[in-house]
Design a protein around this ligand. Structure first.
Ligand code: ATP
Ligand code: MN
Length: 479
């Protein structure tokens, strides 16, 4: 018999034909003459209740069907008398596929902490929470490609191994095939990377932007969506060493077009989640409420689905870095010394606490900050007339801080070259990037959206390690 997925079975009106379902046991309970098994196959957050008549199927056949075991069951769909489900399966035969010894199987039908589940990342997919997150993650990946495809963007694969450092900020993982026990040295007694695989030092990419720019200056509208690696030793709930980034790059766009695209895209993705992931979002919303039960009223976050709708319904506040610093500097929060990093003067890099203050306390909605001091931003950002700021834009979200970082790019050859020299960017190895400013240069802009930061927002989860299946963070590369 062909397997029916539980998602379809739960919506089926077919009460006449026998059907087959397969999945993993979530719970089992027996009374004198019936047993109930809650079965889940990942197609939906909901379980199908199997009703097993112990007169027909002896308890001994069920004995090994503990939480975590896999089973195949045939039976007829019937209207459910119990509350909580429309239909259930009246089982005519059931077979154990793989057992899960309850003395060893780590997931029991009780609440496990997220920390505990991180150590069981090979099994945590089987919990309601991670099932929901995984399905939403898929929906968001699909929606991102759909958004760009519908607008006529081309997806391009930018390299994962690279010899350039897009941000000029270090923090890269080195890629090498050199024997670390016997490193070859050159005349200057430095490591001789000429003998390395690529004939020079290479790294894992920190951004696909520079290469995306090359494509945008021919195809006009492109985006990359790839893995990104940063060896930053920041053990926060918002940083991973390996994460995924969406980077559109668009010719003939200025900074305002860039902000419009960012806002439109975030709203599109949130709308998509609301329309396509409602069961999983409802579950995660209840989970969050449960989690926050013991928090004080003013520390509680907004209910998840209301929060998503709230972002859809409000336009993002767009202000300059300078205005933001004024707000922060004059805030009671700052005056009372409540920031870990007090804001004293213009030019300071904003920390997540400042970004969140602007979003959560001051404007109470997403904020886009523009025109940052050039000293705290990358070399490729377009320089403003004032000589001190660049046309950068960061999108700040509640609970997260920076979710998008982007800019209009400097398209003027000599201005770009000067800035690169000022910032000690190795100009010779970036010859190909500079050439695009020599041949048919045009204004263009783009941004990077951290996929897991988006996932944090959409799922309401608090730690970035819980929205990617296998998180890589300092000292953690298991699985
Ligand atoms: P932050 O200041 O939060 O560390 P950043 O300024 O270094 O971020 P960008 O270089 O602008 O980040 O990268 C673009 C986007 O990628 C960010 O807006 C963020 O959403 C995401 N991002 C950056 N670093 C990480 C990381 N280590 N883990 C997960 N996402 C990240
Ligand atoms: Mn940034």
């Amino acid at each position: 018999m062909k397997r029916t997925e539980i998602k379809d079975a739960l919506q089926s009106e077919n009460f006449e034909q026998e059907m087959n379902v397969k999945g993993w046991v979530r719970t089992k309970r027996s009374s004198k003459n019936v047993a109930f098994v809650a079965l889940n196959d990942g197609s939906t957050i909901h379980n199908l209740q199997l009703v097993i008549d112990l007169d027909k199927i002896p308890e001994t056949d069920l004995a090994l069907m503990h939480t975590g075991a896999s089973v195949s069951a045939n039976g007829f769909l019937v209207s459910s008398a119990g509350s909580g489900q429309r239909v259930e399966l009246s089982v005519s035969s059931i077979q154990l596929l793989g057992e899960a010894n309850p003395d060893e199987y780590p997931l029991q039908p009780k609440k496990h902490s997220l920390e505990f589940l991180r150590e069981k990342a090979h099994l945590r997919f089987r919990t309601n929470t991670f099932g929901a997150i995984t399905r939403i993650r898929h929906a968001m990946i699909f929606a991102i490609h759909k958004f760009f495809n519908d607008k006529g963007y081309y997806n391009i694969h930018t390299p994962i191994i690279t010899s350039s450092d897009a941000e000029g900020a270090g923090e890269m993982f080195q890629v090498t095939t050199l024997d670390l026990e016997k490193l070859p040295m050159n005349e200057e007694n430095k490591i001789d990377f000429k003998q390395d695989f690529f004939g020079k030092a290479s790294n894992l990419t920190v951004s696909g932007q520079l290469e995306a720019e090359l494509a945008a200056l021919a195809l006009s509208k492109v985006y990359t969506f790839g893995p990104t690696f940063r060896a930053e030793n920041s053990n926060t709930s918002r940083h991973l060493a390996e994460f995924w980034m969406i980077e559109p790059e668009v010719a003939f766009f200025d900074i305002n077009d860039d902000m419009d695209l960012a806002e439109e895209m975030l709203k599109y993705l949130i709308q998509y989640a609301l329309e396509n992931c409602s069961d999983d979002l409802t579950f995660l919303s209840k989970r969050l409420e449960e989690e926050e039960k013991n928090k004080k009223a003013d520390e509680k976050s907004m209910e998840l689905i209301s929060k998503l709708n709230f972002v859809l319904e409000n336009s993002f506040e767009r202000i300059s870095y300078t205005e933001a610093v004024d707000i922060l500097k004059n805030s009671n929060h700052n005056k009372k010394g409540k920031f870990q990093y007090p804001i004293e003067k213009w030019g300071a890099d904003l920390q997540s606490e400042h970004e969140r203050y602007l979003v959560e306390k001051h404007f109470k909605k997403p904020v886009i900050l523009t025109n940052y001091p050039k000293e705290i931003k990358a070399f490729y950002m377009k320089q403003n007339e004032d000589g001190t700021t660049v046309r950068a834009m960061d999108v700040l979200f509640p609970g997260i801080g920076e979710i998008i970082g982007g800019s209009q790019r400097e398209e003027n050859y000599s201005k770009l070259l000067n800035r690169m020299e000022e910032m000690h960017i190795p100009v010779e190895s970036m010859w190909w990037y500079l050439e695009t400013r020599k041949f048919g240069s045009v204004p263009h802009a783009g941004f990077g959206l951290g996929f897991e930061r988006l996932m944090l927002f959409v799922t309401g989860m608090g730690n970035i390690r819980d929205v990617i299946p296998f998180p890589r963070t300092p000292l953690n590369c298991e699985f």
